[in-house]
Write a new protein. Structure first.
Length: 141
């Protein structure tokens, strides 16, 4: 999907959010793919290792499957750096977004961000988008 047009409102939001996060990081194609594939609503149930294999396929075998933890950490850092104020205002514990140790039964950092993204940020974005559309429609021409 990375190079095609978003098909759904959720994909429009993901694209908008990805552009905000990676505006100044032009060499992050792997991170962009990971952000998109890991946080897409259709992929929530997929394991991160399956997401890594999916990205490796998209990159013609050039993605380091063993480096997925580093990619995950870098994406989480980008998310927190971009949305820190919103995340904190929404009551998300940023310490809870740090990578967890293997075997810990707590929710994964990407899942915490995923829920923040879709439960808090997406509705806010949709409301703003709707308000802008209403303003355009209601302007006398």
């Amino acid at each position: 999907m990375v190079n095609s047009q978003p098909q759904t409102l959720q994909e429009q939001f993901l694209l908008h959010t990805r552009q905000q996060i990676f505006t100044h990081n032009h060499n992050s194609e792997r991170q962009k793919l990971f952000f998109w594939d890991r946080l897409h609503p259709n992929n929530f149930e997929k394991k991160t290792s399956a997401i890594a294999r999916q990205i490796d396929k998209e990159l013609n075998g050039t993605f380091n499957l063993n480096g997925i933890g580093g990619t995950l950490g870098a994406v989480i850092d980008q998310i927190v750096n971009t949305f820190r104020e919103q995340i904190e205002r929404d009551g998300v514990n940023l310490e809870g977004l740090q990578l967890k140790k293997r075997g810990v039964s707590d929710v994964s950092p990407w899942q915490k961000y995923y829920h923040w993204l879709w439960d808090k940020a997406f509705p806010r974005w949709g409301f703003t988008k709707l308000q802008k559309q209403k303003q355009v429609v209601s302007k006398p021409g």
